[in-house]
Design a protein around this ligand. Structure first.
Ligand code: HEM
Length: 217
């Protein structure tokens, strides 16, 4: 698709090899590193919270043993809450930086042209105004009624506005289906004594990896 894509508005025809390579790299990095981190933190949280793990197992077992598919997404509501809560506590993209292209007033401040604005998902997602006891893992924060009273940008793992993540819907779909598919057969246990330390680079990684043992259910 990328090889055949042409820019009709710009009139520049197809992409150069360099542009094509850059586009492919963006999809690999933006689309894999983020999801991989989201899933890593989710398995870690499940290993620490047996009650949540039991609810996940009950939900996936209700599918009757067949592989979860797109049509099952509406039934996987607890799995979705788990992923949402995991990306609240450990947002794979934890900081966004933007540069103002002109003077821009925000309340009683003006961000000067060229000024850099940093917005941190990690900080916002741990703000006790929106998430009481913010470091506590609680998938029930994602009950529709609880969600409805929070302001929209109290949660923005995928950014927002015109440059919001283009892969957001895909990421929810693959994330939920991957958790459900793996949880049908496996549970992951943290290797005793393995240190879990945050490493905030471009994405939020576990500094020492996440050493886990896969056990058949
Ligand atoms: C859990 C998974 C993911 C997270 C947390 C995530 C997060 C983000 C964030 C925060 C941004 C920047 C948005 C902004 O500047 O406001 C972004 C951009 C982007 N994401 Fe994702 N993403 C995920 C999955 C994906 C997937 C699966 C794809 C593609 C298959 C993808 C492709 C992109 C691309 C191409 C951009 C750049 C968009 C642009 O600048 O116009 N992402 N993502």
């Amino acid at each position: 698709m990328l090889l055949h894509a042409t820019d009709e508005e710009g009139g520049t025809g197809g992409m150069t090899d360099r542009q094509l390579r850059d586009e492919a790299m963006t999809i690999f990095l933006a689309g894999h590193e983020t999801t991989a981190n989201a899933l890593t933190w989710t398995w870690y949280l499940l290993s620490q919270h047996p009650d949540a793990e039991a609810r996940l197992h009950a939900e996936v077992d209700a599918l009757g043993g067949r592989l979860p598919a797109i049509d099952d997404l509406p039934k996987l509501t607890y799995t979705e809450k788990l992923l949402a809560e995991s990306m609240r506590l450990y947002p794979p993209a934890w900081l966004l930086g933007y540069r103002a292209i002109r003077d821009y007033p925000v309340g009683r401040y003006v961000i000067p042209k060229g000024g850099i604005v940093l917005m941190s998902q990690y900080v916002m997602h741990h703000d006790p105004r929106y998430y009481p006891d913010p470091f506590r893992f609680d998938p029930e924060r994602w009950e529709p009624a609880a969600k409805a009273v929070r302001p929209k940008f109290s949660y923005f793992p995928f950014g927002g506005g015109p440059r919001v993540c283009i892969g957001e819907s895909f990421a929810w779909m693959e994330g939920i289906l991957l958790i459900a598919t793996l949880a049908q057969r496996w549970r992951l246990r943290l290797v005793p004594g393995h240190p879990v330390v945050l490493q905030p680079l471009i994405t939020l990684r576990p500094k020492h990896g996440m050493m886990m043992t896969a056990e058949r259910r």
